[in-house]
Design a protein around this ligand. Structure first.
Ligand SMILES: [Zn+2]
Length: 149
């Protein structure tokens, strides 16, 4: 092994050491179990999932990303494609909230998730672009991508 190679190996080992997360660490909540988008600053963590039929499901998880049932949360989604706005209302189904209607066709349009922790709490608006194609890096739908790009 020449000096350069040894240096490279050392650098590689350092990198691995820096970027390997110990198994005991909590799972990154951004990597939601159902491949959806983590709605920031929700507790319990709320995950926004676009189903194959374009309905939306909101799942909830505790700090360890173990599923917990929906309780008092109230969600409305406003989709704003060029064809006109659509508002999706949700109802409780099992442990999750499920939209009564579907997202409009197409993608690349803006959606706003109005999230209320309780029915009469002030809503928080979470805006993002609905991109349903798969991210080549993390293999998740682009709206739920966990790469930092
Ligand atoms: Zn990605």
């Amino acid at each position: 092994m020449n000096a350069n190679l040894r240096l490279l190996t050392l650098a590689g080992a350092l990198c691995v050491g820096l970027f390997t997360v110990p198994a005991a660490d909590k799972q990154d909540p951004k990597a939601t179990p159902k491949g959806g988008r983590l709605l920031e600053k929700t507790a319990p963590h709320a995950e926004f999932v676009v189903e194959k039929d374009r309905s939306v499901t909101i799942h909830f998880y505790n700090e360890d990303m173990k599923p917990v049932p929906a309780t008092t949360q109230n969600v409305t989604v406003i989709a704003a494609p060029a064809s006109g706005k659509a508002t999706l209302q949700f109802e409780k189904k099992g442990d999750s909230l499920v939209s009564r209607t579907k997202l409009p066709e197409g993608e690349g349009y803006n959606v706003v998730v109005q999230f209320r922790q309780t029915a009469d709490a002030k809503p928080r608006n979470l805006r993002f672009k609905l991109e349903t194609h798969t991210c080549a890096e993390c293999q998740r739908a682009e709206y739920a991508c966990i790469c930092d790009h």
